[in-house]
Design a binder for this molecule. Structure first.
Ligand code: GLC
Length: 583
């Protein structure tokens, strides 16, 4: 595929959206990975926040039929699987992460029939569905909790974490909720406290109870039987609490002063309630269930915010018998373009997890979008740098709806508009997560094509939709959308990019992050990303890799930049990217 000729073609037919690069390449898209590998290796995964993707019944809330309607778009983008954040019945205090029935669909999103239809239509396009499995807690409206709180002798009492207080009005210990204030809620009916790592309406399950485990493994089977290809395991590191109920410890700043967090609480480490070793038993059991479906390659992805590569490594399991894809949050959330930190952490996940598959994450429904890396002047170029790191390093790539068009974080400006309770507790320091959950921007028409013109969407459409939308970007060869699409395509069709080893280059350069992808018997690919606002020149000596050639065929480069004359002289504009196949 030659860029120049396609650009020319597009210019002549500006309005024929379905033609040009966008449609042409979809038809030639090869399968995601060679058949010897599980489907998720090197795959491209796309997170959908269903409330915000596409409304099909004009109630201002996205739904399953809306997602089905957009499957062709996802196919053309090159997505192998979509992860749906929770669509189960829920009081929606935490927008679905408070589940009141694990084996049904919330009527806001549709029905089980709609779900089956989505799975079937996605399958026709070779797209798999990944469910979000919330194991740490249920909703306080789940029948299990209603029973549990009804009396101390109820058979479900021990399904949750109940304790006596230390004294009148005093919770059992100092543990805090991730969403602010004490993690203990007093329940006057039985004079005990229950534990909630998240909202008060999200009581934690007691994973020491075998009946809880069995119930949840049955949920896992229910959805695999219904055709899902895997699960994203929510808050998986927080299933267990210290069996001795010891206090957490206050975090001090560099002057030894206790820190206060954005909710106004003393900041504690959460060593007593996070990443306890017992989690690994559960991961092995979940994996056994997944693996019992022979030939299905059911994948387990973990929401694993961890502090070290060692902890991340453990999540794969000592015998590769836990998560296939624990998310690496160490790279994507560095939150500043620091070449040496990126190099170090990419190297770690490439080399220090026993050769297992990395999964780098930059964006999701809980964090400000990619534009947190922006400098306000070169944001588009910085967005390209991030996408390049995501797709051109070895691993399974996961990105968040809207990233591909460069949708930006748009937080509420007034407290009364906030929907996410975190934003109400934390206002104004923490405005909550609404800013990264705004509706998908499909076109520049009313409500950005997300819902009908006369409907008020559940979150406002960001003003950027007039220019930042799918319809505009399909037609623009140099758009973020086409950058994503080309990266995904090259990754599929170029063996070194798909499976090759990752070798860092020019490791003392602190302005440009460069690396090589090498696979036996295949042309290597060199990638360079300028992390600075100044032009940079780089040169590559690949002789230590046994490569003597100095010429490369350009695969991708920042729009407007020129092809390098040789690998001795690669010029990068500010935050520029170059990717070339070594000849
Ligand atoms: C996870 C989810 C987040 C949710 C929390 C509690 O971190 O990603 O959205 O609020 O768990 O379920």
């Amino acid at each position: 595929m030659k860029r120049a000729s396609i650009k020319h073609l597009c210019a002549g037919m500006a309005l024929a959206i379905s033609s040009c690069l966008w449609a042409q390449t979809a038809a030639t898209q090869p399968a995601a990975a060679s058949s010897a590998q599980p489907w998720w290796k090197g795959a491209v995964l796309y997170e959908i926040y269903p409330r915000s993707f596409q409304d099909s019944n004009d109630d201002g809330i996205g739904d399953l039929n809306g997602i089905t309607r957009r499957l062709d778009y996802l196919k053309t983008l090159g997505v192998d699987a979509i992860w749906l954040s929770p669509i189960y019945p829920s009081p929606q205090v935490d927008f679905g992460y408070d589940i009141s029935n694990y084996e049904a669909i919330d009527p806001q999103y549709g029905t089980l029939k709609d779900f089956d239809h989505l799975v079937a239509e996605a399958k026709k396009r070779n797209i798999r569905i990944i469910m979000d499995l919330v194991l740490n807690h249920t909703s306080d409206k789940h029948p299990w909790f209603i029973e549990s709180r009804s009396s101390k002798t109820n058979p479900k009492r021990d399904w949750y974490v109940w304790r006596d207080g230390k004294g009148a009005g005093q919770p059992p210990n100092d543990w805090q909720s991730d969403f602010g204030h004490s993690a203990w809620q007093f329940d006057p009916k039985t004079n005990q406290y229950y534990y909630h790592k998240f909202y008060i309406q999200q009581p934690d399950l007691n994973w020491n109870n075998p009946a809880v485990r069995k119930a949840m493994y049955d949920v896992e089977r229910f959805w695999i039987n219904r055709g899902v290809a895997g699960f994203r395991l929510d808050a998986i590191t927080t299933l267990f609490e210290d069996p001795q109920w010891r206090d957490d410890v206050a975090v001090k700043d560099e002057n030894g002063k206790t820190k206060i967090n954005e909710y106004g609480d003393t900041q504690l480490d959460d060593a007593m309630t996070n990443n306890l070793p017992e989690v690994h038993d559960v991961l092995r059991q979940l994996r056994q269930v997944a693996d019992s479906y022979k030939g299905r390659d059911v994948v387990l992805i973990g929401e694993t915010y961890l502090n070290s590569i060692n902890d991340l490594k453990k999540m794969y399991g000592a015998n590769d018998d836990e998560l296939q894809l624990p998310m690496d949050m160490q790279i994507g959330f560095i939150n500043k373009l620091d070449v040496s930190l990126f190099r170090k952490r990419i190297d770690e996940v490439q080399n220090d997890v026993n050769g297992d598959e990395p999964m780098i994450v930059f964006d999701n429904h809980d964090n400000p979008r990619w534009d947190r890396y922006g400098d306000g002047t070169h944001n588009q170029d910085i967005g390209r740098v991030i996408a390049t790191i995501l797709f051109a390093t070895r691993g399974t790539a996961l990105f968040y709806y809207g990233d591909e068009i460069g949708m930006v974080t748009t937080p509420p400006t007034r407290k009364e508009d906030v929907k996410d309770p975190v934003g109400l507790t934390g206002w104004p320091k923490n405005k909550g997560r609404d800013g990264e959950r705004t509706p998908m921007q499909w076109d520049d028409g009313p409500n950005a094509g997300f819902t009908a013109a006369n409907v008020t969407p559940w979150l406002p459409i960001p003003p950027s939709y007039k220019t930042v939308n799918v319809k505009n970007q399909v037609m623009d060869f140099d758009s973020m959308l086409n950058w994503y699409k080309q990266l995904i395509e090259f990754r599929r069709s170029t063996p070194a990019l798909r499976d090759g080893k990752n070798v860092m280059l020019n490791t003392s350069d602190n302005n440009v992050l460069s690396w090589l992808r090498v696979a036996p018997g295949q042309p290597a690919v060199v990638i360079a990303c300028n992390f600075t606002a100044q032009p940079q020149k780089v040169s590559f000596d690949l002789s230590s890799q046994g490569i003597t050639g100095k010429q490369a065929k350009t695969l991708m480069k920042t729009p407007g930049s020129s092809d390098p004359s040789s690998l001795d002289n690669v010029q990068l504009p500010p935050f520029g990217v170059y990717m070339g196949q070594v000849q």
